[in-house]
Design a binder for this molecule. Structure first.
Ligand code: ZN
Length: 119
């Protein structure tokens, strides 16, 4: 049995039927869920979202704490900030990403270390 898309040989019982086409497992998965990256609407809405959040000045409590700490410390490593603000590093990275979109903070390299500081 051959896949109608990629012409690969399909092992017995692994062929999938997709609208009358015989597909291998891989092509079947692709056919079911087309790559989201190629979706112009997904890109568009992500872009307009970040433009919206850039204009919006409403900060969460955590974001306000980060900005306050950065103002006092004149920039700090992410590990130091997460320790001081008492949130996990992944959470902090998310907040920093949001704040960067708003152009509130930026990252810079200082003596080979990543430092987050006010914009
Ligand atoms: Zn295939």
């Amino acid at each position: 049995m051959q896949c109608d898309r990629c012409q690969e040989n399909i092992k017995n019982n692994e062929e999938r039927d997709f609208h009358g086409q015989t597909l291998c497992e891989d092509c079947y998965m692709v056919a079911l869920s087309p790559a989201k990256a190629c979706d112009p609407w997904a890109v568009h809405s992500a872009k307009s979202f970040s433009e919206k959040s850039k204009r919006k000045i409403d900060l969460t409590q955590t974001q306000a704490k980060i900005l306050k700490f950065l103002k006092e410390s004149k920039g700090a490593e992410p590990e130091v900030i997460s320790d001081r603000i008492q949130i996990s590093l992944p959470d902090l990275e998310r907040e920093i990403a949001t704040l960067r979109h708003m152009e509130k903070v930026r990252a810079k390299l200082q003596e080979g270390k990543k430092i987050i500081c006010l914009w």
